[in-house]
Design a protein around this ligand. Structure first.
Ligand code: 0X9
Ligand code: ZN
Length: 749
């Protein structure tokens, strides 16, 4: 009888292990992919991409033996990272089977779902003053999803909130361990480390270490390489990539797949999956949510918004500062390099990701983060690296928390320095609310005439997660206004932007547009070519540009505008197909005639330019002079020498010291470095004069032209006042009156 049962048992065990997917002889290989055509070839060899960079570059893939043979036969440069994946999986399983999932050295090895839940319960039981555990929802297969709220004792209502979650991707085992590590450090540090106490007493953390419990279970039981959840999609394919299922820019821009078999399958609709619904609802229920971090592996990357587009987010400079700060905080601990930057260009286009939803919909700083390593073992990270990975990243998490705690809000784009005269100016204000930023609805704009007594209050109304509309009143020309934003913060304090006693200033002035060109529709009098031009390709022309790695996919003018001047706007088959080659191509404006009627005015040349010279084999070998002529094109002076690879349209504005009525503008795109990729664009050119109501016909000098200026003129005419000698010829006759009338009516004066 006993024997019989044993027999059944061993059959059952054998069938469990037979059910596990095997990867015998599979290699993980880093292929150097030179271009998008080769990328397609390599992707055809595998259905398991481990990681890759945006565009051409290294691509880590799992290859079965015959696929590897094909790669070798194709002669593609590559390096084998893992020689036999099954060997590593077997080692890991044997190790985990031998060690109990008990408590001793919890971070010594990876833990399964049950052990993670047990540990969360232990955290809650041993630190009831600091944390609170709850089940916030259920996965597709009805597994509970746990959240642990961690903050110092006392009323936490007023504290900014940071949401941290792990393991949206099942095979990235270091991710839930790292999130658990932060919890342990914070709880343990509260009583002993004043810095930790100063964070927890002012910031509230919400942790969801396990965002994909079904997929995670699958990696323990069946397929160690599983990434998605376990949605049955029909056919033979399972799983939605939870991190392509969030409802902001879902499915946009090639950052996900509509194929249920794909590892980046976005699901049938935004938030179609219970796991994303649960996290969405949990986050959205927190009015004070200020940041979120979503932990993944591997590649050692700190990824800021956006994932769905290469455009920079509203708070680009804030993210830049945070990125650099966090990367160096991580690096300082164990000397590891983490690269930080916007998701789309630092890793690859990814749409429907958690961080984009956090930032795009809630306005809460949204990070995605790739932990260790950089491919040596990939998802099968040795357990000795759990603690060091936790230690180094914990420093960056504390840095973010401190930033959230200490900052209120900051301008994303400066408010206008010049406002209209007489009529109110409505302008957009773009503001990043950070930790103790103003409560929604409490924001106002405070203003006064510079130096005068009290500040008046004017409307400031939110128009989006990071945008407001503000209004400054119309004032007489030349008036300087002082203003700042104000609001009530979470903790009841009044916060100001700019902070302290600093204020913004705006000058009321008139603006006269002397010249304005959007290149829509086609056909203004600009000249292509100049003596000395030798470029054979990439000649300036008006076009709706096609996107490449070096060229914009759109002009600068808002829709319906589509055209700009560009150095051959065709994309071609590679980045170098239609860029500037073999010398210079010159674009020259027509003469900007007229100097304006605002005496004492300041003349400004404004243009938007695109420049790229950091693609291809010889980056940054060239430059583009932008020149101004004040004598119709006979002589030129440099306004700027462009070398900036902004990968975006950049607005430039220059004050012209001695304006004339024969100014012209010129852009010289040139290819002088061998193998250098040069692409340039020009759009939305303006010449503006800014000054005060000294229109020559404004006889009264009150900033407007009306019948009283006629009467004023007649009065001065009758007493032979020099003002009324409009021709300036020393007498006062009918022709002076006609000249005045012409000037008044908008003709020459
Ligand atoms: O593709 C992903 O979802 C992440 N990479 S992974 O290799 N772990 O799959 C990157 C997600 C980036 N997310 C945000 N920046 N929010
Ligand atoms: Zn991931």
């Amino acid at each position: 009888m006993k024997k019989y049962i044993l027999g059944v048992l061993s059959v059952a065990l054998a069938s469990v292990s037979a059910a596990q997917d095997r990867f015998d002889g599979h290699r993980v290989v880093r292929v150097e992919v030179p271009d998008s055509r080769t990328l397609m070839t390599v992707l055809a060899l595998t259905d398991d991409v481990w990681t890759h960079e945006a565009g051409p570059g290294p691509l880590d893939v799992r290859l079965e033996p015959d696929a590897f043979a094909q790669l070798v036969a194709l002669g593609l440069p590559h390096r084998v990272l893992i020689d036999d994946l099954q060997v590593l999986i077997d080692e890991e399983r044997a190790r985990l089977a031998a060690a109990p999932h008990g408590d001793a050295g919890w971070f010594d090895d990876f833990k399964n779902n049950a052990a993670i839940i047990a540990k969360l319960e232990e955290f809650a039981a041993t630190h009831p003053d600091l944390c609170q555990l709850s089940v916030v929802g259920q996965s597709l297969e009805s597994r509970p999803m746990y959240a642990l709220r961690v903050t110092g004792p006392g009323n936490s209502e007023d504290r900014p909130v940071i949401f941290i979650h792990g393991c949206q991707h099942a095979r990235e085992w270091i991710s839930p361990m790292t999130v658990m590590f932060y919890i342990e450090q914070l709880l343990g540090g509260y009583g002993s480390d004043p810095n930790v106490a100063a964070i927890l007493d002012n910031v509230e953390f919400l942790f969801v270490p396990m965002s994909n419990p079904d997929g995670y279970q699958w990696t323990w039981d069946v397929n160690r390489m599983w990434r998605k959840n376990r949605r049955v999609s029909g056919g033979n394919c399972f799983g939605v990539d939870i991190n392509r299922n969030w409802g902001f820019q879902w499915g946009n821009n090639n950052g996900s797949s509509g194929d249920p078999c794909s590892d980046i399958y976005r699901g049938t609709a935004p938030f179609s999956e219970p796991e994303t619904q649960v996290m969405r609802d949990y986050m959205a229920a927190e009015p004070n949510l200020r940041a979120s971090i979503d932990f993944h592996s591997y590649s050692q990357l700190i990824l800021s918004p956006w994932g769905y587009t290469s455009e920079l987010p509203p708070a680009a400079s804030m993210f830049d500062g945070l990125n650099q700060g966090m990367a160096s905080a991580v690096g300082a601990v164990h000397g590891m390099t983490y690269t930080a930057g916007p998701t789309y260009t630092t890793i690859y286009p990814a749409s429907g990701v958690a961080g984009d939803w956090s930032y795009g919909v809630l306005g809460a700083i949204g990070y995605g983060w790739e932990l260790r390593d950089t491919g040596q073992t990939g998802f099968l990270l040795p357990p000795e690296q759990i603690v060091p990975t936790g230690e180094e990243n914990y420093e960056a998490v504390k840095l973010l928390a401190t930033f959230i705690r200490d900052s209120a809000f900051e301008f994303l784009a400066s408010p206008p320095a010049v406002v209209a005269t007489q009529t109110a100016t409505v302008f957009g204000v773009s503001v990043q609310v950070i930790g103790n930023g103003p409560l929604p609805g409490s924001e106002t704009l405070r203003w006064r005439v510079k130096g005068s007594g009290t500040y008046a209050t004017s409307a400031l109304s939110p128009t989006g997660p990071t945008t407001y509309e503000a209004t400054l009143p119309g004032m007489a020309c030349g008036t300087v206004l002082e203003f700042f934003l104000e609001g009530e913060s979470l903790n009841g304090a009044t916060v100001r932007l700019p902070s302290g006693t600093a204020v913004f200033e705006a000058l009321s002035a008139d603006t006269e547009v002397l010249y304005s060109e959007t290149f829509d529709p086609v056909g203004p009098a600009w000249t292509v070519g100049a003596p000395g031009d030798t470029a054979t390709r990439g000649i300036w022309g008006i076009m709706d540009p096609e996107p490449t790695a070096a060229q914009p996919g759109d002009d600068h003018t808002p829709a319906p505008g589509v055209n700009c001047f560009v150095t051959d706007g065709r994309a071609g088959t590679s980045v170098g197909a239609w860029d500037v080659d073999d010398g210079a191509t010159t674009l020259t404006s027509p003469v900007f005639s007229g100097v304006g009627t605002l005496s004492g005015g300041e003349t400004r040349v404004v243009y938007h330019r695109w420049y790229s010279n950091d693609q291809g084999a010889a980056p940054n070998a060239d430059s583009m002079p932008v020149r101004l002529s004040r004598d119709g094109g006979a002589t030129w002076q440099d306004l700027e020498l462009v070398t900036e690879n902004a990968n975006a349209w950049v607005r430039k504005e220059f004050v012209v010291a001695d304006p004339t009525a024969s100014m012209r503008l010129r852009f010289v795109a040139r290819d002088e470095g061998a193998g250098s990729i040069v692409e340039a664009g020009v759009d939305d050119v303006q010449v503006l004069v800014r000054g005060c109501g000294t229109h020559k016909a404004d006889c009264e000098g009150d900033g407007d032209l009306d019948v009283f200026d006629y009467l004023c003129f007649l009065g001065k005419f009758s007493v032979q006042d020099p003002y009324a000698d409009f021709e300036g010829d020393g007498d006062w006759d009918l022709f002076d009156f006609l000249a005045f009338q012409d000037c008044f009516a908008g003709g020459g004066c």
